[in-house]
Design a protein around this ligand. Structure first.
Ligand code: NZQ
Ligand code: ZN
Length: 406
């Protein structure tokens, strides 16, 4: 009997240890990165010679600043269909119009030229064009991989450093007042061209949004509980420090190539899967933020700047160990009680976002306190009732986080 108890204790101890160890993982990222200025002519070597290409873009920035002309020149004599008008937070209906064109023109290669919305939209088109069922079903799988065996090959020319979409397998599609993740290993771009000079034309607000989005991507994979993942943690801290350095520099001097190059690569590395292997991940800030975009039209990164500091205040107990590590290694905070160090790290994070010009209170975006109910209802209707790295963040906690965000 006693032996039995000891055995049980041993198993429980082992299980507990496992919880604090790096988890088993597979890591395969097939995207070929083509980094550096003035390389769009290389499209001729990167896209199959006989491809029938659809070039997808947004509201016209790529036309205005000359990127589209260079892309079309790079594609040479290939058959090209242009699809324009993919809006920020790309909508299912818009993307289905592209799907119809893909089918009508027998397109077999998709080239996204734009920011996260265009890259994400193109990923959805790649999956939907070959999907045999009702395409809206593709929005119903959350973070699970889509049940698809094929997708059209796609590539990107990225013009906005923020989402990491250029080197990951995810997309976010807006439909009927909600934002839906779409994930599949078939949706990694075959290649992505990252030319930092293409981002010089970004307005300051989009640069700042990009810094905040990349920063929070790192934190969603980092600020959970420790599992002794030294490489992931220290890489994450390195990306955060790089963003703290080059974000303000890029805003102050838009044509500083050195700063841009680091900003572009930071954003890509923040969400290409590398720092997220084998570690717990959160993504609550994103899920709550998505509702704020869908309901109030607040930019994606602005929602993150609002939710993250408030979420951390509410989750100090669960995230304490990692927040202390963050305080020390990213902000050099070593003095004071644990509580005081965490508070200072949170206020420094908030101040960093504000210093970039990104406001961190819901009231800054014209939201009224009474509208919290609408957000909580939306979370409920989208099944966002058990968020966080352990699934313990329920609607009441979400409500509290939103209240504290005023
Ligand atoms: O549409 P155009 O005219 O191109 O203008 C865009 C758009 O108005 C403009 N822009 C882009 N590149 C430019 C430029 N303006 C001047 N010069 C340039 N070089 O910027 C505006 C915003 O573009 P958008 O693509 O919407 O921004 P972002 O890259 O921040 O993407 C946001 C979308 O990505 C999703 C978000 O939910 C949102 O829908 N996300 C995707 C993720 C992913 N795939 O892994 C993760 C993220 O967490 C995020 O959720
Ligand atoms: Zn994001």
């Amino acid at each position: 009997h006693i032996y039995g108890c000891a055995q049980v204790r041993k198993i429980i101890t082992q299980l507990n240890q496992r919880e604090n160890e790096m988890q088993a993982f597979d890591y395969h990222n097939p995207t070929h990165i083509v980094f550096g200025p003035d390389r769009l002519a290389e499209l001729d070597n990167l896209v199959p010679q006989d491809a029938r290409v659809m070039v997808l873009y947004g509201g016209g920035s790529v036309k205005k600043y000359g990127t589209l002309d260079k892309v079309l020149a790079g594609l040479g004599e290939r058959h090209i269909t242009e699809f324009s008008g993919i809006e920020p937070n790309p909508r299912f209906e818009t993307l289905m119009r592209a799907v119809d064109r893909v089918r009508a023109d027998n397109i077999d290669f998709l080239l996204a030229v734009g920011g996260g919305s265009v890259m994400d939209g193109t990923k959805f088109v790649a999956a939907a064009a070959l999907y045999k069922g009702d395409e809206v079903e593709l929005l119903g799988h959350g973070f699970n991989p889509l049940p698809i065996e094929q997708a059209l090959p796609l590539a990107t020319v990225a013009t906005l450093p923020a989402t990491g979409s250029e080197m990951n397998m995810g997309a976010v599609v807006t439909h009927q007042g909600g934002k839906f993740p779409v994930m599949s290993p078939r949706l990694f771009p075959t290649f992505s061209m990252l030319d930092p000079t293409l981002t010089y034309s970004l307005p300051a607000v989009q640069v700042a949004n990009g810094v905040v989005d990349a920063f929070v991507h790192v934190l969603e994979q980092y600020a959970t509980y420790p599992v002794g993942a030294e490489v992931q943690d220290r890489t994450a801290e390195g990306i955060l420090k790089a963003l703290i350095e080059v974000g303000p520099k890029t805003l102050a001097t838009p044509d500083d190539y050195a700063a841009r190059a680091n900003l572009v690569w930071s954003a890509t590395c923040a969400l290409n899967g590398f720092i997220g292997v084998g570690v717990p991940q959160d993504w609550s800030t994103h899920m709550i933020g998505h509702e704020l975009t869908a309901i109030f039209g607040i930019d994606h990164a602005q929602t993150l700047a609002v939710v993250l500091p408030s979420l951390w205040q509410a989750r100090k107990a669960q995230k304490g160990a990692k927040l202390l590590q963050y305080a020390e290694r990213v902000w050099n905070i070593t003095e004071g009680s644990e509580d005081a160090r965490i508070d200072l790290a949170i206020s420094k994070t908030r101040a960093f976002f504000e210093s970039l010009g990104v406001k961190t209170r819901l009231s800054d975006y014209g939201v009224a306190f009474e509208q919290i109910d609408t957000v909580v209802n939306a979370l409920e209707s989208h099944g966002m009732v058990a968020l966080s790295e352990t699934g313990d963040l329920d609607l009441e906690v979400s409500r509290y986080i939103l209240e504290q965000a005023f």
